[in-house]
Design a protein around this ligand. Structure first.
Ligand SMILES: [Fe+2]
Length: 268
C-alpha cells in the first residue's frame, strides 16, 4: 500500500481486498492510512495557496447554506468565522479552475475511494439534480472547542433511509502537522472494535498523508488550538453533496446580499 500516491492510485485486486478488509471487517481498524500520498511540494503548495495567498472574496462566493448551494455550474464558496479563525472552502470540480492542482489531487482521491467502495468513479463526479456529487472541501481550523461533535454519517440511524449507505468511506487529506502547526485533540476516530484513536499522534500523521475511513464510524474533533504564527489544522475532505436544480438555487437578490456582505467583511 506504500506505493499508492496521487500519481498512482489504481489499486490491484489484492490491494482492494486488503483495503476493504482493514476498513469494513469487524476485526479491521475501520481506516486505511496512506503515508506520503502527496509529495511535500504539493502539500506545501496547497497550504501556501489556501492559507496564505488566497483572498476568498476575490475568488469565492459567501456560502449560502447547503440547501441553496450546489447545482451544475454553481460557483466556489467560502465560509469564515472571524472569532475562531475558521475558514472553509467548497470547491466544485467544475468551478475551481483557478486552482487546478487541488482539483487534480481531489480527482485522484475520489477515484481511489470509488475503487474501495466498489462504485463507479463517475457516479458522483457529475452534478445531477436529486443525486449526490462530491464537492471537495478545504478546512482551516485554528481555535475552538467541540469543533466536530461525535457523530457518524450514512449509518443505520440516518432519519432518511436514502442516506443509509454502509459502504461509504470518507477521506481526510492532512496538510499540517499536530504539535507544530496546531495542538489539541486532532481527528478522533472510533475503530470497528469501539476503541477511540487520536489519529495524528497515534498514527504519526504528517502533511500529505491520506486517511481513508469508514464514514459510519463515530468521528469527532474536540478541540484545536493554534497561535498567531501557526497555520492551524488544515485538511481536505471529499463529501458527497446533494445537488439541486438551478431554479432552486439562491435568488439573484439574495446573491447580491451575500456579495455585499462579503465586501463589508473585507473592508470593515
Ligand atoms: Fe462527519
Amino acid at each position: 500500500m506504500n506505493s499508492i500516491t496521487h500519481r498512482n492510485f489504481c489499486l490491484t485486486k489484492k490491494e482492494v481486498w486488503d483495503a476493504r478488509r482493514k476498513i469494513y471487517h469487524s476485526q479491521g481498524d475501520g481506516f486505511l492510512l496512506l503515508k506520503g500520498f502527496l509529495e511535500k511540494k504539493f502539500s506545501d503548495h496547497l497550504v501556501n495557496y489556501w492559507c496564505r495567498l488566497l483572498d476568498p472574496p476575490q475568488t469565492h462566493v459567501l456560502f449560502p447554506g447547503k440547501e441553496h448551494a450546489f447545482y451544475a455550474g454553481c460557483p466556489c464558496y467560502y465560509k469564515q468565522a472571524r472569532s475562531t479563525g475558521l475558514k472553509v472552502f467548497y470547491n466544485p470540480l467544475w468551478s475551481n479552475q483557478h486552482e487546478v492542482v487541488s482539483n487534480e489531487i481531489a480527482v485522484s482521491i475520489i477515484h481511489l475511494r470509488s475503487q474501495i467502495e466498489g462504485k463507479a468513479f463517475t457516479r458522483e463526479i457529475s452534478p445531477r439534480p436529486g443525486q449526490r456529487c462530491v464537492v471537495p472541501r478545504l478546512i482551516i481550523t485554528r481555535n475552538g472547542e467541540n469543533i466536530l461533535a461525535p457523530h457518524s454519517d450514512y449509518g443505520l440511524d440516518e432519519p432518511n433511509p436514502r442516506n443509509i449507505d454502509l459502504a461509504r468511506v470518507q477521506a481526510t487529506l492532512f496538510l499540517s502537522r499536530i504539535d507544530k502547526d496546531y495542538s489539541g485533540s486532532g481527528f478522533v476516530f472510533t475503530k470497528n472494535n469501539g476503541d477511540k484513536i487520536h489519529c495524528e499522534r497515534e498514527l504519526g500523521i504528517e502533511p500529505g498523508d491520506l486517511l481513508i475511513w469508514r464514514y459510519n464510524n463515530v468521528h469527532e474533533i474536540s478541540d484545536i488550538c493554534s497561535e498567531e504564527e501557526q497555520v492551524g489544522f488544515v485538511r481536505m475532505l471529499f463529501p458527497p453533496e446533494e445537488i439541486i436544480s438551478k431554479d432552486r438555487s439562491i435568488p439573484l437578490l439574495e446573491k447580491a446580499k451575500y456579495f455585499l456582505r462579503s465586501i463589508k467583511k473585507k473592508f470593515f
